[in-house]
Ligand binder design. Structure first.
Ligand code: ADP
Length: 402
């Protein structure tokens, strides 16, 4: 992430946009204010020290900066005000105030705190103005107008800078995330693609070996061979899974998909698995959406197969598939009455190779839900689960309407 946005193209425009326009009347009021402020500045600085010393955020920040340094900073900021108000150099003032907004944003402070500072400044000035009001009301009103103008200017600049910096950091993170994802996909593709070749050789020779030598193996040899075959098969499923993962959304085109037809076909394809489990599968009316058909089908398939696989022993699996129409998204769900998932794993299960059971208990490679997540995100949506151990699971995913 870039630490300073000052060299970025948008920064110059930001400053240009924020340099305030001050009318002659406003400038006259600002001068009155500044003269007044200089008169009571020493007292105000001392009051501010006391006031902010007990503040939950600023108190600590003040204590961390030595008094001398604080005085220097204060002098500098007053000099900038002076230059702006008396000599019209609002640009330097704007640049400095923009940096303050950035500082706030980077500290992760809420902008509301800035209002507290302004509010406190007003409170401190009030008794001094009241005094002035008695002696010279016309000047007091000019001072009030001047203060208001300066606060408007400072608020506007700090606020805009705060938003700019927050957005810049978020954009930066998104860009980084995208780069990382692209690199990861590239890596997954290359690794899985290149691993296929030695895997094919391995599989070929294991097959040949089994055919030609199996009758010559003793019991231990057969056991070892079974382990080897099992490991090769597992490796194939991991590598194929990874390759499929890196290919999601690469080749196909987005198009209109009738989800009733898509899920109907899927259930016919999965007929054997459904029968084997004696499962009851029902499907509510589903929408027609714009989507990557093959990927969407894979998403439903993964969820349905998981719902079948993670069913409770000795009870009939009941699976319900449905959907709904949100404002910006289509919402789908696949609900089962299976073994359920502890809430502390609800996020982890979507990560690559994360499984909650041994392969002996439930076969699998821990890639299915990672695919589902990528496919939902490919459609501008997301995926999550509501579940508790022993209470079944309801997997939801969304697809952005395009
Ligand atoms: P796999 O099914 O190959 O293990 P997945 O990525 O599809 O990999 O799922 C990851 C883990 O999430 C599973 O190992 C399982 O523990 C849990 N899980 C997924 N779907 C369900 C479900 N419907 N009910 C209970 N647990 C589930």
């Amino acid at each position: 992430m870039t630490d300073s946005p000052d060299n970025e193209p948008g920064y110059i425009e930001l400053i240009q946009k924020l340099v305030p326009v001050v009318s002659e009347q406003e400038n006259a009021d600002l001068r009155q204010y500044f003269e007044f402020y200089e008169g009571c500045r020493k007292e105000l600085t001392e009051e501010a020290e006391i006031l902010f010393a007990g503040h939950p955020v600023f108190g600590e920040m003040i204590r961390q900066v030595p008094r001398e340094e604080r005085n220097k900073q204060n002098e500098y900021s007053v000099a900038l005000q002076r230059n702006a108000i008396l000599h019209g150099d609002w640009k330097t003032y704007t640049e400095y105030t923009v940096q303050q907004g950035f500082f706030y944003a980077r500290l992760g402070l809420e902008f509301k705190l800035w209002y507290e500072v302004i509010q406190a400044a007003r409170q401190m000035l009030l008794p001094h103005i009241m005094k002035e009001l008695k002696q010279n009301p016309a000047k007091a009103f000019a001072v009030i107008n001047g203060i208001n103008k300066l606060i408007d200017v400072a608020m506007c600049i700090t606020g805009e800078a705060y938003i700019y910096e927050k957005k810049r950091v978020i954009d930066d993170q998104i860009r980084q995330q995208k780069n990382m994802n692209a690199e990861l996909e590239q890596f997954a593709y290359i690794a899985s693609h290149d691993l296929q070749e030695p895997l094919r050789t391995l599989t070929g020779f294991v097959d040949l070996f089994c055919k030609q030598y199996s009758n010559r193996l003793d019991e231990t040899g057969e056991k070892y061979m079974a382990y080897i075959t099992d490991a090769v098969n597992r490796m194939r499923s991991l590598i194929t899974g990874l390759l499929e993962y890196s290919r999601i959304g690469k080749s196909s085109q987005i198009k209109e998909v009738d989800c009733n037809k898509l899920v109907g076909q899927l259930i016919r394809d999965l007929d054997t698995a459904i029968r084997e489990k004696n499962a009851q599968v029902t499907v509510a009316k589903l929408p027609v959406v714009r989507a990557y058909e093959v990927e969407l089908s894979a998403l439903f398939q993964n969820l349905i197969l998981n719902a079948l696989k993670f069913s409770k022993k000795n009870s009939q699996p009941v699976i319900h598939i449905g959907g709904g129409d949100g404002r910006k998204d289509w919402l789908f769900y696949v609900e089962d009455n299976g073994i359920g998932i502890d809430p502390k794993f609800h996020e982890n299960i979507f990560k690559l190779y994360q499984r909650l059971h041994s392969r002996e208990e439930y076969p699998g490679s821990g890639i299915g839900l990672t695919h589902c997540k990528k496919i939902a995100e490919l459609h501008g949506g997301h995926i999550w689960v509501e579940s508790a151990p022993g209470e079944g699971s309801k997997f939801y995913f969304t697809i952005t309407k395009t």
